[in-house]
Ligand binder design. Structure first.
Ligand SMILES: Nc1ncnc2c1ncn2[C@@H]1O[C@H](COP(=O)(O)OP(=O)(O)OP(=O)(O)O)[C@@H](O)[C@H]1O
Length: 254
């Protein structure tokens, strides 16, 4: 079997929060490798530490102890400016906490992300229109401002913004949370497409349809990895594969 290339690696990763003077250990001594080209899905019960882990994998938050490295480069101690440049260059984010900027149109929200790394406006607009169309967002909506669109439209626009720079890796935290079933499908189809063309995806989700898209499913429990499953790449309607995933999740007590 071909050896997979590691894109993100954690070593003895730990994260604790102090709440009312008491320490809560959320991620515990976690060693994890995320592979290039994989669609990695992280699932687990509520409060297991999934979002906390994703924040550290993506450099959005710092560990309490341990290390995170990206293609062999340790990002744990990078200063904020360097980390911001690094993230802009390599990563795309679909996180609820990263809101669209209220004072910019939806289109400007998307293309400004590309202009920050020196790309041309015309080229960005053309790419944005392709992505908006795949997301089922009509052109007139892209001229609106965030306050004038629905939660689901904002979520799909945030996905377009995350993908505009063709990031090597996309980190997504519940990217289908606010969507109806057509919206869920368009987001998952776009993530599957970019993954099929070589971009890596790491997604935290509670949604079974989203889990099916992964070729590697990691079950997080109480800040550690309880199990994982590699069902092969997503194929629409592959009942055997879906059954394998269902069985894994059932074994994990999901
Ligand atoms: N900034 C913070 N300060 C204090 N506690 C926090 C903080 N962030 C997360 N936690 C706690 O860490 C634990 C794990 O949270 P996290 O959001 O990572 O879980 P999760 O697995 O993503 O859960 P869910 O599926 O419900 O979103 C929770 O008990 C949460 O309250």
């Amino acid at each position: 079997m071909e050896k997979k290339e590691v894109i993100v690696r954690t070593e003895k990763l730990s994260k604790s929060f102090s709440v009312g003077g008491k320490q809560q250990h959320v991620i515990k001594n976690l060693d994890l490798e995320i592979y290039k080209g994989d669609f990695t899905v992280i699932v687990g019960s509520s409060g297991a530490g999934k979002s906390t882990l994703l924040y550290m994998l993506s450099g959005m938050d710092k560990p309490s102890l341990g290390k995170v490295s990206y293609c062999g480069v340790d990002i744990t101690d990078m200063n904020d400016d360097k980390l911001a440049v690094f993230r802009r260059k390599h990563c795309g984010f679909v996180f609820q906490q990263i809101h669209l900027v209220d004072s910019m149109s939806i289109m400007d929200n998307v293309i400004s992300t590309g202009m920050l790394i020196g790309r041309k406006q015309k080229e960005l607009k053309a790419k944005a229109m392709v992505l908006f169309e795949k997301m089922g967002i009509p052109e007139e909506l892209t001229r609106k401002f965030p306050a004038q669109i629905s939660g689901g439209e904002a979520q799909r626009s945030a996905v377009v913004r995350a993908l505009i720079n063709d990031p090597e890796i996309v980190f997504a935290d519940e990217p289908t949370g606010a969507l109806n079933s057509a919206g869920v499908r368009s987001v998952l189809d776009v993530l599957t497409d970019i993954n099929n063309s070589g971009q890596s995806v790491v997604m935290v989700t509670h949604d079974i349809k989203s889990v099916f898209r992964g070729n590697r499913i990691i079950y997080l429990q109480d800040g550690g990895i309880m199990g994982e499953c590699e069902p092969g790449r997503y194929v629409s309607g592959d009942k055997q594969r879906h059954e394998k995933i269902r069985k894994f999740l059932e074994d994990m007590g999901w």
